[in-house]
Write a protein that binds this ligand. Structure first.
Ligand SMILES: O=P(O)(O)OC[C@H]1O[C@](O)(COP(=O)(O)O)[C@@H](O)[C@@H]1O
Ligand SMILES: [Mg+2]
Ligand SMILES: [Mg+2]
Length: 340
């Protein structure tokens, strides 16, 4: 390989497949299809202000949220590309009430299903801040050759085969994890290919950045309030106060946390007993990525990946990031709230 030669996502996934004699290449080909959908969405995002695709669609999704035009465009793009993929039996999307099964022979005989949050960080679309697409891949539990069922999409995160996100930020990147490793690829616009730029990502064990919507602080538990005060306390020896960063797009806040270390939280509060973020579309894929990179993810009591899903669109509280910071917030929250 020539010095400085770029390794494209295609080449990388093919090399990874060759490491496992029993591998069929279907998972890699599905990852490449998702990357293609990401490139198409990226093209729209990059010129959003010029092509009348900013703003609201005028419709709401099953979660009662107003849909943005880009939410719908990204959703339709993924549904279309994965329908034409030979390796996807069906999909479930944050923007659709129910899962969609692909009935053609190829799809019905595929062993994988895909879940996605087509556009994450919708509140940032019109203000040009980082947004993204989050995806996760399960091996179906229903029989090959049949239509996939809801059970295929209600599997716990510890059953994931792969998960990732595409971030439309200062550059466009695709980061994905398998159980073995987490790798990041940057879109090289002149060749239109995702190229390996962040091999074998490891989430630092500790960090100095915490990330939460502090506007909700008065609705948080006393334990969590005491942890936020701990973060803001002046303590030179321990490197506090920590910095507070909050982009308001889970993809943006998690990408920073993965690369630099830190803690991201969307906790339960008095008005949202299950927090805001969706288990199947947001928390499970991000937990899978962060844990494959050495970090941890919890709902406050158990590992996110061990939660048994009951509904396609259920929400869960989430504490995710550097091992030591997640352990600290959980210990402080539990200690205080246990006596409250
Ligand atoms: O504005 P809030 O309440 O802080 O919520 C921000 C969170 O909501 C989200 O935008 C929800 O995701 P969607 O944009 O996909 O609905 C997350 O990306 C983000 O972390
Ligand atoms: Mg989202
Ligand atoms: Mg979304």
């Amino acid at each position: 390989m020539l010095q400085g030669q770029l390794i494209t996502l295609d080449e990388f996934t093919i090399q990874e497949t060759r490491k496992f004699p029993q591998a069929t290449g279907e998972l890699s080909s599905l990852l490449r299809d998702i990357a293609l959908a990401g490139k198409i969405i990226n093209k729209q995002v990059r010129k959003a202000g010029l092509s009348d695709i900013l703003g609201k669609q005028g419709t709401s999704n099953i979660q009662g949220e107003e849909q943005m035009k880009l939410d719908v465009i990204a959703d339709e793009t993924l549904i279309h590309v994965l329908k034409n993929s030979t390796d996807c039996a069906g999909i479930a999307s944050e923007e659709n009430d129910d899962h969609v099964s692909y009935e053609d022979t190829f799809s019905a005989n595929s062993k994988y299903v895909v879940l996605f949050d087509p556009l994450d960080g919708s509140s940032n679309i019109d203000v040009n801040a980082s947004i993204g697409t989050i995806f996760s891949i399960y091996r179906r539990v229903s029989e090959l050759g049949t239509t996939c069922t809801e059970a295929d999409f209600l599997q716990p995160g510890n059953k994931l085969m792969a998960a990732g996100y595409i971030i439309y930020g200062s550059s466009t990147m695709m980061v994905y994890a398998t159980r073995l490793s987490v790798n990041g690829f940057t879109l090289e616009p002149s060749i239109g290919e995702f190229c390996l730029s962040h091999p074998n990502i490891k989430c630092p064990e500790n960090g100095k950045i915490y990330s939460v919507n502090q506007g909700n602080m008065n609705k948080f538990s006393d334990g969590l309030k005491s942890y936020l005060e701990y973060c803001m306390e002046v303590n030179k020896e321990e490197g506090r106060p920590y910095s507070h960063r909050y982009i308001g797009s889970m993809v943006g806040d998690l990408h920073r946390t993965l690369i630099k270390g830190g803690l991201f939280m969307y906790p339960a509060d008095k008005s949202s007993p299950n927090g805001k973020l969706r288990l199947q579309y947001e928390c499970n894929p991000m937990a899978f990525i962060v844990e494959a990179a050495g970090g941890i993810a919890s709902n406050g009591d158990i590992d996110i990946l061990d939660i048994m899903p009951t509904e396609l669109h259920q929400r869960v509280p989430v504490y995710i990031g550097s091992k030591k910071m997640v352990e600290k917030v959980l210990a402080m929250a539990h200690a205080k709230d246990a006596v409250a």
